[in-house]
Ligand binder design. Structure first.
Ligand code: F6P
Length: 344
């Protein structure tokens, strides 16, 4: 048995389904080792500002299906705040936290990796992001639920598109990686999919939509919000991790105009936005969250600091945080080719 007594846990970045289930898994598994669990509120902000409180089983036992994060989240980066890292270290010391579990994507876990390497903090990670763009794991929790939500939304768009004989466009989240659009498109039988990784041939897309329209009198398009259709780069607002805040770009709207102009078909679009991050957590994410939470605690018990719980095949294992944050996992050629099969 190691000397760990008290673990601080935090959730950073955009919330998603599976976070509460991971927190729950951590609290349950910790009881097997008599670890005390302290909740750090609002991501890294909680360590910078000392927003910490103890968590008991009663706090988490009913979180089995709830979306969001009971701990709160933020996009705070302590490395971008004057004295931020110093404050983090002070809070860890003040509260006697022997180890930290950080649940997050590449931004949150990038900070975790730096604190592990540069400050020798005992940290392990859990792979959260609805974007599924984290390396080192086959899937992240949150992804399955958000795709499920988007597929449900497209199901409704299809009903009205069929009735009015229209091209229906659904814009989903995904700033740098197109996994959500790709899986949504494949699962709902979309007639065209646009993702940030591969440039779209607009003429090809329009030809395909017209072909499909001739057969069934409506057509479905899914696009990632991060697709850039314009030739001129727009100035975007950036967050503390340097990512664009895509509040008003509206690729769905741009596509609507393009398709309408080029095909003469009637087009409507919808943006699912943040609705995609909440709702009922799918069974897949409930189980993956639980397994990630349990594995994160096991990594601490084995003193495998600097590791992240990861899904490889059907096994939960530990992979170095370094590997997880080394590069963004974007859609590869193999997946993209598979999508082309359904564009007929
Ligand atoms: O967490 C990633 C993400 O879900 C992106 O796909 C999306 O663009 C972004 O978060 C939105 O973030 P916010 O909640 O800060 O508007």
């Amino acid at each position: 048995m190691n000397m760990i007594k008290r673990i601080g846990i935090l959730t950073g970045g955009g919330d998603c389904c599976g976070l509460n289930q991971t927190i729950r898994g951590i609290v349950y598994r910790s009881r097997d080792f008599n670890y005390e669990i302290f909740g750090i509120h609002d991501g890294w902000k909680g360590l910078v500002e000392g927003l910490i409180s103890p968590i008991t089983l009663m706090d988490v036992e009913e979180l089995v299906d709830k979306a969001g994060t009971f701990l709160g989240s933020s996009r705070t980066n302590p490395y971008k705040i004057k004295g931020g890292v110093k404050n983090v270290l002070r809070t860890i010391k003040n509260y006697g936290l022997d180890a930290i579990i950080a649940m997050g994507g590449e931004d949150t876990l990038g900070v975790a990796n730096r604190l592990f390497k540069e400050e020798k903090i005992n940290i392990v990670g859990a792979p959260k992001t609805m974007d599924n763009d984290l390396s080192g794991t086959d899937f992240t929790f949150g992804f399955d639920s958000s795709v499920t939500r988007a597929v449900e939304a497209m199901r409704s768009l299809e009903d009205t598109g069929r009735s009015h004989h229209r091209v229906m466009i659904l814009e989903v989240m995904g700033r740098h990686a197109g996994w959500v659009a790709l899986f949504t498109g494949m699962a709902c039988g979309a007639d065209w999919i646009l993702i940030p990784e591969y440039e779209t041939d607009i003429d090809e897309m329009c030809k395909q939509l017209q072909r499909v329209y001739t057969r069934k009198k409506y057509a479905l398009v899914v696009t990632s919000e991060g697709v850039n259709l314009s030739t001129s780069e727009k100035k975007e607002e950036l967050d503390q991790f340097g990512h664009m805040i895509l509040k008003e770009r509206g690729v769905g709207n741009q596509l609507n105009k393009i398709i309408c102009e080029k095909t003469g078909l009637e087009v409507r679009h919808a943006v699912i936005g943040h609705m995609q991050r909440g709702g009922i957590t799918t069974v897949f994410d409930r189980i993956l969250g639980l397994r990630c939470g349990v594995t994160a605690v096991d990594l601490i018990a084995q003193e495998k600091f600097g590791y992240m719980a990861a899904l490889k095949g059907n096994e939960l294992i530990g992979v170095p945080l370094e590997e997880a944050v080394s590069k963004l996992k974007t859609v590869d050629e193999k997946w993209w080719k598979l999508t082309q099969v359904i564009f007929k």
